[in-house]
Design a protein around this ligand. Structure first.
Ligand code: MG
Length: 157
């Protein structure tokens, strides 16, 4: 079945920071893809991501986020990096049970497991999602692909 929804993790998948919730506002954009917090901690967006999101949208995919974070910092980063508007649905919750977030995302778009792909760098999370949603396509960053932008190859675009 054709993939319709691409579900993306944030920390260590779209950007290089392991825990955006730990960053301390206020945040400042210091480059095209870089945000610094009030303590000098840096978050860098993977530089292929804006093009990736543009290409996915152009090819008709719905884009969603499933992120284990408190929403406030993560949403602010998406705004500051100018990528928030690419996403059709943003789910950011402070627990690691992404299978629950993904079930809600599938329901929101009215699609089956076979019609979505989930991309995340955390092996434990991906394993649990695979157990709970066995027909969902899952991609582990760092193992199945080395960089999130390689999902273009997986999707054949
Ligand atoms: Mg992650």
């Amino acid at each position: 079945m054709r993939i319709k929804v691409v579900i993306l993790d944030l920390d260590m998948t779209l950007w290089n920071h392991p825990d955006v919730s730990s960053m301390v506002p206020p945040f400042k954009r210091v480059g095209n893809m870089k945000i610094v917090d009030s303590e000098g901690n840096l978050l860098v967006l993977n530089d292929c991501v804006p093009d990736l999101l543009r290409i996915l949208k152009k090819n008709g995919y719905f884009l969603a986020i499933a992120s284990w974070n408190y929403p406030e910092n993560a949403l602010k980063m998406l705004e500051l990096l100018d990528i928030k508007e690419f996403f059709d649905l943003i789910v950011i919750e402070p627990h690691p049970m992404k299978e629950k977030m993904i079930k809600n995302i599938l329901e929101y778009f009215g699609v089956s497991q076979e019609e979505a792909v989930f991309i995340d760098d955390n092996p434990r999370i991906v394993e649990r999602v695979r157990r709970n949603l066995p027909r969902l396509k899952t991609v582990l960053v760092g193992e199945d692909i080395s960089d999130v932008c390689e999902i273009k190859d997986i999707l054949g675009i």
